[in-house]
Design a protein. Structure first.
Length: 99
């Protein structure tokens, strides 16, 4: 999937496909779809083992990471990466899935 959608010839752990434009104005109570998140179970298993935590924790992390991409976060610069990591940890801690 990474090759097809991102033209990158390596495996990935999570892909996000936004369905809305963050620049688009929405009504206060309007419901909308953010997009789709695809998680590679194979890669999640490998990473859970590598980082010595549960598969559940890894899948939660990948979901949060993908969700943050859908709402406009990215990690192209070190500053953006730090901001995104802080948000990931904040969310994971709030659902009792810390590192």
């Amino acid at each position: 999937m990474n090759k097809t959608y991102r033209d990158k010839d390596n495996k990935t752990d999570v892909l996000s496909f936004p369905l809305w434009d963050p620049e688009e104005e929405l009504e206060e109570d309007e419901e909308f779809l953010l997009g789709d998140i695809v998680i590679s179970l194979e890669t999640a298993l490998e990473q859970a083992e590598e980082y010595a935590h549960s598969l559940s924790r890894e899948i939660c992390y990948l979901f949060v990471h993908g969700l943050l991409h859908l709402i406009g976060y990215d990690h192209l610069t070190d500053e953006d990466k730090n901001i995104m990591r802080q948000q990931e940890e904040k969310i994971l801690n709030s659902v009792e899935m810390p590192r």
